[in-house]
Design a protein around this ligand. Structure first.
Ligand SMILES: [Zn+2]
Length: 270
């Protein structure tokens, strides 16, 4: 599933191609995409409108339109955009410069909602905590969130209201970097550990953006390029390989139903 760095990479490319362009023709091919709203109504609302900005909030893409409406897209497992014809096309946006932006989604969990600006704002605020690379994501804020929860640290970090945009990959990488066990109760962390965790989360997300995201299975950016962050993974998907810090073989377990990779030595439960 695309996480913050992948969605940010997609956003940046879409912004270059879409900002200032009019959606000359909009075709939505899958009723699941806009459910519970009718696909023809959604297409009609978008058609003829002009894209003023392409933004990101957590894992959501937000296309701001001149009319004040916003198209709020969540890619879920396998959603993605491209400028060449693709299999599993679920929607097509034809722009006034003649280009054709395709939305593809193999597993069809992605969603498109058209909301007016205020509704979009409250929806995104309800679903997401502060942006982890923004000024609102402070050690005090994170400590307060973690203190309320006894669940496994990693499971709490995957809650988008705690760390917007963080998913399975970058959570494992951040916990390894911070030398924290994914199963520690979230409310057990000392203030120094929370600060370390916060720095680690920011560092892995920044690096992910720099590397244009990671490429696993279905992800590709709209220009067809693939990111290289997977070459930087320290633990994710590396079961049995030596920990880059202490050479202990990386272990794999499950936390909250998600595959979880960690170093049993550097990330010892205390
Ligand atoms: Zn280690």
């Amino acid at each position: 599933m695309p996480e913050l760095p992948e969605v940010e990479t997609i956003r940046a490319q879409l912004a270059l191609r879409l900002e200032g362009r009019t959606l000359a023709r909009v075709e939505i091919l899958d009723p699941r995409l806009t459910r519970p709203f009718d696909l023809f109504e959604v297409a009609e609302e978008l058609e003829g409108d002009r894209v003023v900005a392409v933004e990101r909030r957590g894992k959501y893409l937000v296309m701001r339109l001149e009319s004040g409406l916003a198209l709020v897209v969540h890619l879920r497992m396998t959603g993605g955009f491209g400028f060449v014809p693709a299999s599993h096309e679920r929607a097509v946006l034809e722009l006034d410069d003649g280009s054709r932006l395709v939305y593809r989604d193999v597993r069809r969990f992605g969603t498109w909602f058209v909301l007016d600006a205020d509704d979009a704002e409250s929806y995104l605020e309800m679903k997401n905590g502060p942006e982890p690379l923004g000024p609102g994501f402070t050690a005090e804020w994170l400590a307060a969130r973690l203190a309320q929860r006894r669940a496994a640290l990693k499971a709490v970090l995957l809650d988008q209201r705690v760390v917007a945009g963080l998913g399975n990959i970058y959570a494992d990488e951040a916990l390894w970097r911070a030398r924290l066990n994914p199963l520690r109760p979230a409310n057990d962390l000392a203030p120094e550990e929370v600060r370390r965790l916060l720095r680690a989360i920011r560092a892995v997300l920044r690096k992910g953006i720099e590397r244009q995201g990671s490429t696993l299975r279905d992800y590709a950016a709209p220009d067809g390029s693939t990111g290289v962050m997977q070459e930087e993974f320290r633990v994710y998907g590396r079961e049995g390989e030596p920990c880059p810090r202490c050479r202990t073989p990386i272990a794999k377990g499950r936390v909250g139903g998600r595959g979880t990779w960690f170093c049993p030595r550097c990330q010892l439960v205390r």
